[in-house]
Design a protein around this ligand. Structure first.
Ligand code: URA
Length: 236
């Protein structure tokens, strides 16, 4: 199999941190982009990042260094890069020269492991359902989980028209049936809350304990770069 070594021109420009992919397309159409001294106006144009020289308005585009962060997300923060209601976002919590974005999402009041990066391919791969990335959540419920419902959640119930299940359910240290730890490979929005609400439970507190085996070993609200061995594990 031939390995692809080129990338779309607009993606290359966006990954340099200059602008978004859509705005990069506009720059291309406006004739402001050259590759090896030739003006390119074809949106499908592919560049070889190792050999081609790309300029926008006469300035050379340098591919941005890829960065990868682990954030232990606090409550009261939105998982986006920009919030229309001007609430604090997860990106506001990290000081980075690069234009980073979250890999997947956690709800406003969910805490725990969230990865942020500027590497779009890496993010896409992690989120693709075929990779079955395991997410582990600590859940506080409004009432004790019955054995019958535990079985249903493991066997599978229908949410949003598709059969969904937790792969594991265990009980927290507090040895109360209200505190459960669930594992799943689902990244759909509000997945855990929907699973429980379908069986008439309310999730009072939700914390993502781990994502793809990466656990939050830092205080809530803080962040660090991913370690080399963690990155290797994620890209394997
Ligand atoms: N499932 C939810 O319901 N909320 C989250 O934040 C994450 C998973």
């Amino acid at each position: 199999m031939k390995i692809k070594t080129t990338t779309r021109l607009n993606k290359y420009i966006a990954e340099s941190g200059l602008t978004s992919r859509r705005k990069a397309e506009e720059l291309i159409l406006q004739g402001r982009v050259t590759v090896n001294n030739k003006t390119i106006t074809k949106l499908a144009f592919e560049v070889d990042p190792d050999n081609d020289n790309v300029f926008v308005d006469g300035e050379k585009i340098q591919p941005a260094e890829h960065v990868y962060y682990l954030l232990n997300k606090p409550k009261g923060v939105v998982t986006t890069t920009d919030d229309e209601k001007k609430r604090k976002t997860v990106v506001d919590l990290i000081i980075s020269k690069q234009k980073i974005f979250p890999v997947g999402r956690l709800d406003y009041n969910t805490t725990g492991v969230l990865i942020l990066t500027n590497d779009g391919d890496f993010a896409q791969k992690l989120l693709h359902p075929k990779h079955n990335i395991v997410r582990e959540y600590e859940v506080a419920l409004d009432k004790e989980l019955s054995l019958e419902d535990e079985k249903k959640l493991l066997k599978g119930i229908f949410i949003d028209g598709s059969r969904s299940r937790f792969s594991e359910i265990s009980y927290g240290k507090k040895s109360s049936g209200k505190n459960v730890i669930v594992k799943c490979t689902e990244g759909r929005n509000h997945f855990v809350k929907k699973m429980f609400s379908t069986l008439n439970y309310t999730v009072i507190k939700l914390n993502r304990k781990s994502f793809a085996g990466i656990t939050a070993d830092i205080p809530v609200g803080s962040y660090r770069k991913l370690k080399q061995h963690e990155l290797q594990k994620l890209t394997k």
